[in-house]
Design a protein around this ligand. Structure first.
Ligand SMILES: Cc1cc2nc3c(=O)[nH]c(=O)nc-3n(C[C@H](O)[C@H](O)[C@H](O)COP(=O)(O)OP(=O)(O)OC[C@H]3O[C@@H](n4cnc5c(N)ncnc54)[C@H](O)[C@@H]3O)c2cc1C
Length: 400
């Protein structure tokens, strides 16, 4: 792929940077730039602002309301959002959206797609279960058909933002015959269905993002099946590829690197000697170089034709993105030193006005480090991505 900017790309970049900079509300920008946790209404407000311009779903095809941008334009848009302090796009937009566009019935497209761009419909992902994470095909949440309904019993875990969601896409077991993958169905449901309970899990940094979800005789109409009974594994894998591309996290790593630069500047201003800080300058430079290469890989992945044997895989992208997030969060903790152990959770969660005792930049750099240990697990662990890359490489060699 040609990575140089054409004159049309340059014109687009200048236009989008100017527009996005003028669109981000000041309070949201402050929270984003202080690495605070955003609220549901922050994401919804920003998506609604983008929606007015037709930019809420940059990766969607024109026929479903997307802007029809090229991969280069999408990257330039992401960059403009990053520079302007806009929230990241929540991943589910590019997970359930393309699934419905590719496998959904006309009725499902009509019913569910319109609520996604503004996040009026907030979706959560019910894949993982206790004992079924890496070995996802072993999942046991059971859906038994009674007439035109399924009755679901079982449990999901680590369900991000289930407490914010009004919809869930989930995998359920509809058959025990054959290979485990052959008895899985992809189902859509609403979170207010009787029998469904959400319980919070609080993470190490004091955030509440993930949950347990329990199903007790939850009744769902059969028309909520995507693709067909026992056909869910195909849909699940399609969605996981999209998820791993989303987790690549270029924008998030850039934001944290920018934060590291801010911290470095504060330490310099506070009189810390240059010789003590030089090691951090070179670490920042190394990460910035690797981040650029990662961004180019992302562009190659989103630009690739489905059957291109030279295209890097989504697993490779996820692996590199995870590595960068972990490195930049380690850098932040090292820069913060012992002062970064102080952590005002309420300030991080945006629940109090004003600045925490050590300022936003030093607030909980250690907590941020612990938070980002999750990136090696989300969307399939590092070891699982390495297994997939190995298998893909071997099969490509065999095909040559
Ligand atoms: C913050 C966060 C948010 C999440 N959000 C969601 C969500 O919204 N929806 C959802 O469905 N899930 C979600 N998950 C779950 C996530 O997908 C799982 O944690 C992940 O797939 C790993 O599964 P597990 O936790 O059961 O670990 P396990 O599968 O038990 O793995 C434990 C360890 O064993 C290793 N391992 C396992 N099998 C192999 C193998 N074959 N080869 C080599 N090593 C192996 C793993 O790499 C890992 O280190 C989330 C997880 C986190 C941490």
């Amino acid at each position: 792929m040609d990575l140089t900017l054409s004159s049309a790309d340059i014109a687009f970049r200048d236009m989008i940077r100017g527009e996005i900079a003028s669109m981000v509300p000041e309070d949201i920008k402050t929270r984003v730039e202080n690495l605070q946790h955003l609220r549901k209404e922050d994401y919804m407000r920003w998506q609604s602002i983008l929606d007015v311009r037709g930019w809420a779903t940059p990766a969607w095809p024109v026929e479903f309301g997307g802007p029809g941008w090229s991969p280069m334009q999408r990257v330039l848009f992401e960059e403009a959002c990053f520079m302007a302090g806009a929230p990241r796009q929540i991943p589910h937009i590019n997970m359930i959206g393309p699934v419905l566009q590719t496998f959904g019935t006309e009725d499902q497209k009509h019913r569910y797609l319109p609520g996604i761009p503004t996040l009026r419909d907030w979706w959560c992902q019910g894949y993982s279960e206790p004992g079924s994470g890496s070995d996802l095909a072993s999942l046991r949440t059971k859906a038994v058909r009674h007439g035109d309904r399924y009755i679901i019993n079982g449990q999901k875990i680590w369900t991000t933002w289930a407490h914010w969601s009004n919809h869930m896409f989930c995998l359920v077991r509809t058959s025990d015959a054959g290979r485990p993958q052959e008895g899985i169905t992809f189902l859509l449901l609403t979170m207010d269905t009787p029998g469904l309970t959400v319980r919070p899990i609080h993470s190490l940094d004091g955030a509440h993002d993930v949950n347990e979800v329990f199903f007790e005789d939850v009744s769902v109409p059969v028309e909520n099946v995507v693709l067909g009974e026992n056909q869910g594994w195909k849909v699940a894998k399609f969605l996981l590829n999209a998820e791993r591309t989303e987790i690549a996290g270029v924008g998030q790593s850039k934001r944290m690197l920018q934060f590291a630069r801010r911290l470095l500047a504060e330490l310099t201003n506070a009189g810390v000697s240059s010789s003590r800080l030089d090691v951090f300058r070179s670490r920042i430079a190394r990460i910035a170089i690797d981040l650029k290469a990662h961004e180019w890989t992302l562009m190659r992945v989103i630009d690739a034709k489905p059957d291109d044997p030279k295209a890097p895989s989504a697993s490779f992208l996820k692996l590199c993105g995870t590595d960068l997030l972990e490195r930049v969060s380690t850098l932040l903790m090292d820069l913060g030193g012992p002062a970064g152990l102080a952590y005002d959770v309420d300030a991080r969660n945006g629940n109090v006005d004003g600045t925490p005792p050590y300022g936003h930049v030093l607030n909980g750099t250690a907590a941020t480090y612990f938070e980002y240990r999750k990136s090696g697990l989300v969307g399939g662990t590092t070891e699982i991505q390495k297994n997939i890359i190995y298998r893909e490489t071997v099969s490509r060699w065999a095909a040559q």
